[in-house]
Every structure is written in C-alpha cells, then in structure tokens.
Design a protein around this ligand. Sequence first.
Ligand SMILES: NC(=O)c1ccc[n+]([C@@H]2O[C@H](COP(=O)([O-])OP(=O)(O)OC[C@H]3O[C@@H](n4cnc5c(N)ncnc54)[C@H](O)[C@@H]3O)[C@@H](O)[C@H]2O)c1
Ligand SMILES: [Zn+2]
Length: 356
Amino acid sequence: MKTLLGARILVRAGALTDAAPLVREVAPGLRPIVIADTNVAPIHAAPIAAALDTELLTFPAGEASKVRAQWAALTDDLLDRQLGRDTVVVAVGGGVCGDLAGFVAATYLRGVPVVHVPTSLVAMIDAAIGGKTGLDTRHGKNLVGAFHQPALVLIDPLALRTLPPEHRRAGMAEAIKHGVIANEAYFHWIAAHGRALLDPALTADLATHLVLDSVSVKVDVVAGDEREGGRRKILNFGHTIGHAVEHLSGYRLLHGEAIAIGMVVEARIGEQAGVTLPGLADEIGGLCAALGLPVRVAGEFGIDEIIALTRGDKKARGGAAEYSLPTGLGAMHDAGGRFAVRVDETVVRSAIAASR
Ligand SMILES: NC(=O)c1ccc[n+]([C@@H]2O[C@H](COP(=O)([O-])OP(=O)(O)OC[C@H]3O[C@@H](n4cnc5c(N)ncnc54)[C@H](O)[C@@H]3O)[C@@H](O)[C@H]2O)c1
Ligand SMILES: [Zn+2]
C-alpha cells in the first residue's frame, strides 16, 4: 500500500473482489454510489455496486462524456436521490470515468469523498494518481476541473485482461514514459516482456509489476509537488508535441499513441539541443514500435500547425512552448529546478522533420 497526499493506493491482483469491504473501511458509515461508463458497468462495476448494496449510475463510454452536460446529469442523479454529504462516490473505469466522476465528487455539495477503481492502464498508472479531475470544453481538454484527492485508489491489475488491446497498448506509452523519466530498469523490463504484456491472458505477476512500478514513479514525482510547481513537470515528457498531434489527428490517435510520437520527437529535440544522450530517441521509438505504437509524425500534420498548437498548450508560458527533456534513460534535465526549458524553434522544426 502506498500513500500519496492522504490518498491510499492499493495495488493487488484480485483486489476487485474485496472492493466493498475496502470502500467501507475508508469511508465508514458513508453511503456509496457507483459511477461507471456503459462498457465497464456490466463487467466490473455492477458486481461492486451489488456487493455494496447500492445503485450504479452509468454514462456513455468515451471522451465525449467528459463534459459539463454529463457532469450536470450525474450531479442531478445524485440530487434526485437526495444523497447528502455522507455520500462517497465510487468511480469504476478508465480515465474518463475517473475525471468525470471525480469532478462530480469534488463539487457535489462542495465536495464528497471519492474512491477510484481504475480499470484501464491509463487510469491505473496515470489518471487515478495525483488528484486531478477535469472536463473538456470546446476550447480544449481538461480546462475545467479541480484537485480532489481520493480517499482510496483501488487497483486490480487483472482488470486489464478485459481492456481492449488498443487501449492496453496506448497505456503502455505512459508506462514507457515513466521508465524514461525515472526508472531505467523498468524501461528495460517492459522491453523484455513486451509481447507478454500485450497478451490478453496477462499473468497476475506481470500485470502487477507493470502497474506497481509505474504507479511508484507517478507517486514519487507527484509527492511534494501536488500543484505542478517543479518536478511534476517531468511527467509532461512527450506531451507538448503529443497533445499537438493528438489534436491534429482530430483525436483519431488515442492519447497514448500520440504520446509515443511525442516522446520520440521530444527526445530528438533534446538530442539536438544537446541535453539528451544521442540515440535515446531511437531507443524509445524502437520500444514503442515493438509494442505496435506509432512513432512517426504523419505527413498530414504540418510543422507550422504543430508549432502553433504547442504555443497554445496549457504548459506554454508567454506563448512559448516548454519541454521537459530526458538527459538519458531514467533521468530528466532539471533545468535549475524548473524541469522544463524553452527550445529554439529551429530545433523543434528539425526534430519534427527528422521524425517523419
Ligand atoms: N486526471 C489525470 O491526471 C489524467 C491523467 C491521464 C489521463 N487522464 C484522462 O484519462 C482519459 C483517458 O483515459 P482512458 O484511456 O482510460 O479512457 P477511457 O476511460 O475512455 O477508457 C478507454 C476505453 O476502455 C474501456 N475500458 C476501461 N477499462 C476497461 C476494462 N477493464 N475492460 C473493458 N473496457 C474497459 C472504456 O469503457 C473505454 O471505452 C482522458 O480523458 C484523459 O484526459 C487524466
Ligand atoms: Zn498522458
């Protein structure tokens, strides 16, 4: 069991069967209400709701549900049931459910506790850890939200067995990122077990190792930097370019797929800026490609468009994009405690061009 900013994080194969007693333990006397999307509801959330003897509220699966209209609908569902401040929201699902139900919990009656039961790889190793909740608007993703630390993050790595393969693969990009930014051995471990990690019949040992090491990196980085003042920025590796190509693809690329491309380009930016050990971009690209992730910037994404989007990124300061760059595998450039640097636009252009 790890603890992060008051949130207990439990990672154990088979833990879903104990979800009800664990929720009752962290939220004694509170009335649980379970929220899940329409895919996860029948598979993983219904048994938890039944064990808790409570209702399951569902919303349509997909990013399109991470919007204020859905937040309002779920909030009204809670109000209709006259649930009070003695409510605990149990969010069972991927990152969309965690962000949406987490924001419902953060705002319901000015905030009620939430338990996250992440079921996608992205949610287990990223979205459920760190206390960020949020919604998308027509101006962009995650622009409305709140920090709301969960009472418990309950992770059963075996839930990955039912996750569609493309989502398992996309989540692997974030796991690889954790290896690059902070754990070289983990990067090599992923490389050594790539195929088995994508196998639908994922073993309990591999699933647990995959999730635990990744969660450890995220917990480590977020601890002490809850609101992104400094070191937490290293988690943005791959995300400045990644978000731009994700957007340009019209979100046809899954987030993790875009991040795979982003990591390769940004490592190349680091190499050309003299920050990153030469060869790292190819090493990251090699592993991503071996797992079936895209690593090249498609010709349809113009360099000017990418650069323009990086300027509008949430991470940009004064209209200039910032990059968190690795020095080598498992180590990030600290840039005098800022953990992010501006890079000359010619370097960015040339790194994108070299990644076609
Ligand atoms: N809050 C944060 O810090 C943070 C961090 C990273 C990502 N996010 C957010 O997370 C979202 C992406 O998360 P995601 O990739 O999990 O998307 P998602 O929640 O849409 O899940 C992906 C798909 O997998 C399905 N699914 C999930 N678990 C399953 C399981 N065990 N079995 C079968 N199907 C399952 C879902 O129904 C969905 O169709 C984005 O909105 C992103 O902004 C938030
Ligand atoms: Zn990400």
